[in-house]
Structures are given as C-alpha cells and as structure tokens.
Ligand binder design. Structure first.
Ligand SMILES: NC(=O)c1ccc[n+]([C@@H]2O[C@H](COP(=O)([O-])OP(=O)(O)OC[C@H]3O[C@@H](n4cnc5c(N)ncnc54)[C@H](OP(=O)(O)O)[C@@H]3O)[C@@H](O)[C@H]2O)c1
Length: 291
C-alpha cells in the first residue's frame, strides 16, 4: 500500500496521509514511524516541542537501513516553536541533528504567537540555504496569515490547523485558494480523548457500517475526498495499519453531504489568542535534552 500524493505550491509532491507524532514518547515515536513506513506511509509529522525528534530519526533510520524506503521517499515535517523564531538558523541546525537528516521536507511555524514574522523570514532563508524544501504555518487564521503574506517571498505551502468533521476549516480553505496553500488536518480524528465523540457520531457510524469500514477509516477517507492532508496519531501498530486502508472505497456524494452537515458541531482546542500568547510565547524548553 502506498499513499497518493498532492503537488504543493513549492512544486514538491506531498503524501495525503501521514503518521502524527504528538504526545508520543521517543520510543513510541520511533516505533510508530518505523511501522508506518513499513505499512507504506511516507509522510511523518513531528515538532520540536514534541521532544521526540531523535526517536523519529531512529524510526526513519531503521526503515531506511532495512531497505523499506529511502530518505528521498520520505516527506518529513517538523515545526519550530515560538522561542526559536528569532534564531531560525540555529533551530534548523539543531532539528536536523536531532532528526539525523540533511534536510526537512516541510517546516512549519507551530504557533501564531511571538515574533512569527521573523520566524517566517528565517524559514525562507532556510529554504534558500537548501536545508528546508517547503515552508508553512500552523494554528494561523485569516488576520495573522495575511500578515505573513504581506512580507512573504515564498507563499505558505501548507496550513496545519485543527480539522475534523466537527470543525471542517472551509473558511480558511476558501481564503487560501489564491495562494495554493493546502489544508493539513491536525486532530484529524478529533484528537486523543475526543475520538469517542467523532467515532460515536451517528452519521459517521452509519456511513462506516455501510462500507464495512471503521469510523476512523471513514473519517480519514472523508479528509482525502475533501482534499485535506491528514496525519492521524497513534502508538498502536494495528491502528496505524488500519488507518492507511482508506484507498479502496469511496464515500458517495450523499454521504459527503451528510458529513458536511456536521461542521461547526465542536472545536476541541479552545484556548483564546491571549491565552496562547501568554502560555506558548513564554515557554522555552531545551529541545536538545531528549532521548
Ligand atoms: N500543529 C499543531 O498544533 C498540532 C496539534 C495537535 C496535533 N498535531 C499533529 O497532528 C497529529 C494528529 O493529531 P492527534 O494525534 O493529536 O489526534 P488524532 O490523530 O485526531 O487522534 C489521535 C488519537 O486517535 C486514536 N486513534 C488513531 N487511530 C485510531 C484508530 N484507527 N482507531 C481508534 N483510535 C485511533 C489514537 O489512539 P492511541 O491512544 O491508541 O494512540 C489517539 O488517541 C499529531 O500526532 C501531530 O502530529 C499538530
């Protein structure tokens, strides 16, 4: 099984489905990345703040050493934390060292707080230096996205925001259309502790049953059909294997319309901009101090 790809505005092909590494311990991240690559995934999503980049690097190396794939076939995403926005050059060197790789396929600003303009311009320089292939944003909405566009030499290739059937992100998709920015879904299944809400939804359950698929597969198939990139997180090998089995069935127009009606039911991440600024902008962990 391999995953389809989509051409992003930087000219690179990006897989439409990947493995998410949020909250995974270094050992779990190594295991999840290794098994995902073995199952045919080629997109990996981590972040400096997840403190598991060394584990991700080990998982990739195991798969590469076993001949499962080459580094060039992997699309590796990581994210800079606000504490790094004013010295992106050093942050990129550190992240490359931790991931044990020569380049990052996609580098994102993790949060729209702190000096994100400096952060974005630093990422543009990292592209010029050949350390990063594509750049984008995470947790940005119209106003701050526009502020980045006002100075950007390189348009964001990807926006990674909370997106699932209960919070579908259609306004941002419309806003980003002129720039060719693709929406990548975090919490694609609703997020840890919330999946029961999404998987327990009557519409999702009925559609899943009609196709003989699980609610997780149904939701991931929906992401694919609406053009989102999805990066479900899991430490469980059988879930990782299950989540890639979504390219052998299709949701009907009527089913897609029924899922469209679920939009707005729930946004799980509810921190205000002020709270994010206070909490994230002042948090500065030692990213190199990880296993
Ligand atoms: N940019 C950001 O600010 C941001 C924020 C959050 C997440 N992310 C990225 O997006 C990725 C996805 O988000 P997420 O991991 O938080 O949430 P998610 O993918 O929506 O949900 C993860 C949860 O779903 C469970 N799960 C996965 N596949 C399943 C299946 N087939 N059946 C039943 N349960 C299943 C996992 O179970 P287990 O408990 O068994 O592992 C885990 O608890 C993250 O890993 C991270 O890479 C980015």
């Amino acid at each position: 099984m391999t995953t389809p790809t989509v051409k992003i505005n930087s000219g690179y092909e990006m897989p439409v489905l990947g493995i998410g590494c949020y909250i995974l311990t270094p050992d779990e991240a190594e295991n999840s990345v290794y098994h995902a690559l073995k199952d045919g995934y080629r997109l990996i999503d981590t972040a400096n703040v997840y403190m598991n980049e060394r584990g991700v690097g080990r998982g990739m190396k195991r798969a590469i050493d076993e001949g499962i794939c080459t580094r060039e076939e992997i699309f590796l995403t990581t994210k800079l934390w606000p504490s790094e926005y004013e010295d992106v050059e050093a942050a990129v060197e550190d992240t490359l060292e931790r991931l044990d790789t020569e380049y990052i396929d996609l580098l994102l600003l993790h949060q729209s707080v702190g000096n994100y303009i400096a952060g974005y311009q630093g990422m543009e320089r990292a592209v010029e230096a050949g350390k990063v292939k594509s750049i984008g944003l995470s947790n940005f909405y119209e106003v701050k996205f526009q502020k980045v566009l006002d100075v950007a030499k390189i348009k964001p290739a990807v926006l990674q925001n909370e997106t699932h059937p209960f919070w579908q992100g259609n306004d941002m998709k419309e806003f980003m259309k002129p720039f060719g920015t693709i929406l990548e879904a975090w919490f694609p299944l609703g997020g840890r502790d919330n999946t029961k809400d999404v998987f327990g939804d009557a519409t999702i359950r009925e559609i899943a049953e009609a196709h003989g698929k699980t609610p997780a597969q149904t939701v991931l198939r929906w992401h694919y059909q609406v053009g989102n990139i999805a990066i479900p997180g899991s430490a469980d090998e059988s879930e990782i294997a299950e989540n890639i089995e979504i390219f052998d069935f299709e949701l009907t127009e009527d089913e897609m319309a029924r899922i469209a009606e679920l939009d707005g039911k729930m946004r799980f991440f509810t921190m205000s901009e002020e709270q994010q600024e206070a909490q994230f902008a002042n948090y500065a962990p030692d990213f190199n101090n990880q296993k």
